[in-house]
Design a protein around this ligand. Sequence first.
Ligand SMILES: *[C@@H]1O[C@H](CO)[C@@H](O)[C@H](O)[C@H]1NC(C)=O
Ligand SMILES: *[C@@H]1O[C@H](CO)[C@@H](O)[C@H](O)[C@H]1NC(C)=O
Ligand SMILES: *[C@@H]1O[C@H](CO)[C@@H](O)[C@H](O)[C@H]1NC(C)=O
Ligand SMILES: *[C@@H]1O[C@H](CO)[C@@H](O)[C@H](O)[C@H]1NC(C)=O
Ligand SMILES: *[C@@H]1O[C@H](CO)[C@@H](O)[C@H](O)[C@H]1NC(C)=O
Ligand SMILES: *[C@@H]1O[C@H](CO)[C@@H](O)[C@H](O)[C@H]1NC(C)=O
Ligand SMILES: *[C@@H]1O[C@H](CO)[C@@H](O)[C@H](O)[C@H]1NC(C)=O
Length: 537
Amino acid sequence: MKSVILSRVVLASAAFQCALAATADQWRGRSIYQIITDRYALPQGAATNACDPAARTWCGGTWNTITANLDYIQDAGFTAIWISPVNQNYEGPTSAYGDAYHGYWIADVSQLNSHFGTSDDLKALSAEVHRRNMFLMVDIVANNVMSTSTDPGYSSYFFKDASLYHPYCPIDWSNTTSEQVCWLGDTVVPLPDLDTKNPTVISQYGDWIANLVQEYSIDGLRIDAAKHVNIEFWPPFCAKAGVFCMGEVFDSSVPNVAMYQGPQGLDSVLNYPIYNALVSAFTIPGPLNVSNLVQVFQDSQAQYKDVTLLGNFLENQDVPRWHNISVDPQSMYNAMTFTFMSDGIPIVYYGQEQSFSGNADPLNREPLWPSDYAKTNSYNLMTTLNTFRNFLVNTTSWATQQAQILTTSTYGIAIMKGPVISIMTNIGSPPQNGTHIAVTSPYPQNTAMVNILTCAQWVVGSEGTLVTQYTLGGVPTILIPLQLLNGSGLCNTELGVIAGNGGKAGALNASASTSQFPLYPSVALLMTTLGALLTYL
Ligand SMILES: *[C@@H]1O[C@H](CO)[C@@H](O)[C@H](O)[C@H]1NC(C)=O
Ligand SMILES: *[C@@H]1O[C@H](CO)[C@@H](O)[C@H](O)[C@H]1NC(C)=O
Ligand SMILES: *[C@@H]1O[C@H](CO)[C@@H](O)[C@H](O)[C@H]1NC(C)=O
Ligand SMILES: *[C@@H]1O[C@H](CO)[C@@H](O)[C@H](O)[C@H]1NC(C)=O
Ligand SMILES: *[C@@H]1O[C@H](CO)[C@@H](O)[C@H](O)[C@H]1NC(C)=O
Ligand SMILES: *[C@@H]1O[C@H](CO)[C@@H](O)[C@H](O)[C@H]1NC(C)=O
Ligand SMILES: *[C@@H]1O[C@H](CO)[C@@H](O)[C@H](O)[C@H]1NC(C)=O
């Protein structure tokens, strides 16, 4: 009897160790698919036509339905998932802003949210994610709870004593102290703010997070509203968690966000400054401000502790979908190329691959199932980007190398990270004869290069030049020396064959151009349509 118990304990702790405590360094090379549990997948047989994001109520997704639908994520090459908060939320009557389907309206962090399943269900999800060699990131909320009054009774909350909270005050957004001690939300749905300098709060939160991470073998945390907590709260909290911490610092200023990364703060932060700069550089219509992107890129490398750990995104549950602010598909393809090929950890918010176009909260939390999980052009582009990035991460020191800017113009930017040159443009889908971006690369003349998005071969010209043409529209271009692509599974380089070049080995052409091979059939169709339209106008 005794030995049985002992071996169980040993087994449990062995399983526990291999899945546990992923460090910042282990996360650096990952790519993350972000999920709102309620909206990702339905149980088999459920009615699929009854989820209106505007209604702000539960639609039926659970931890089990994520577990059952991980192929869609893994097949696209993602190596981690981030799931919305798992802890118990407000359970009172529907509030003026709907129900707590998103998970951010915490009441008792010590309990799980029964809408999404049981403790065993969450453990099963964690085990399945790990079986696939993926990581599990869980969203957590420590800054605040939720209430429907500015004078709540706290008896049903984890922290029951009003003295553990800051007294109600509305936030003055020009005052940092106010951002940290006053309450998020408003007077209709206020978010009571924990006193995170109180020793009882610090100690109980520390025990809670250590237990949550261990119990569910969590590999990393996404921390909600991190900038609304006094920064010195985070290092001991994340030490108790023992895993990678990525915080939300919702701010477009590099210095304001950068101060949260490092030993005095968190391992990583969500890259809001680059997100805003990508919106400004690539959305159509938009200011098309590439110089702003260049500025933010340079400020980032100068001011963050480690840009290669930042979380890069184009969408999340708090900002409008990319396709709400920019309908041209090439706009997203180019911006997405930046999030995968520049410094940092790429994050894709569920539905981005389906070109969802909802506006801000709650319309950006669409159910995924009406898409039928189709393998769209965006899905295929993500798959190629992930396959390529995973290959580079696995076989080289790419993840720790910093990108550098090779060229900028009013309509584009070229960066180089490790051996990879990525050329992005904001001209959009309509073909433009004469528009080009010329890059001076460090490669010797005649080096054979491959554009991994089309498999077309390029040859480096004199003095290292590489030139894109946009006669088929503003497609992104990602170039790597042919030799270095071998083993990636892309473009059949193992066989010495390049699919996009008629399958002929070594048939290189000196006029490097994106114009020879359309990136995606339907984009080519769209471009033709737009071309025809322009002709008739
Ligand atoms: C900033 O906010 C804090 C907290 O509300 C307040 O005590 C302080 O007086 C404010 N400072 C200024 C300059 O308004
Ligand atoms: C572009 O952004 C820079 C800031 O980096 C700003 O100075 C400039 O005015 C912006 N240009 C346009 C056209 O918005
Ligand atoms: C943006 O979202 C709003 C609200 O959902 C919608 O009315 C509008 O059509 C969307 N725009 C696009 C381009 O999809
Ligand atoms: C990267 O390495 C991991 C672990 O060895 C392996 O599971 C994965 O398939 C590799 N991925 C690629 C794209 O080579
Ligand atoms: C671009 O040039 C090609 C051939 O050089 C021509 O067929 C096409 O119509 C031109 N497109 C535009 C938009 O001028
Ligand atoms: C790729 O690598 C394999 C095995 O090392 C080799 O046989 C093949 O010739 C290489 N292909 C190219 C195009 O270099
Ligand atoms: C490259 O291809 C173009 C068109 O396919 C052709 O006109 C040109 O002669 C080729 N150049 C070389 C050096 O083979």
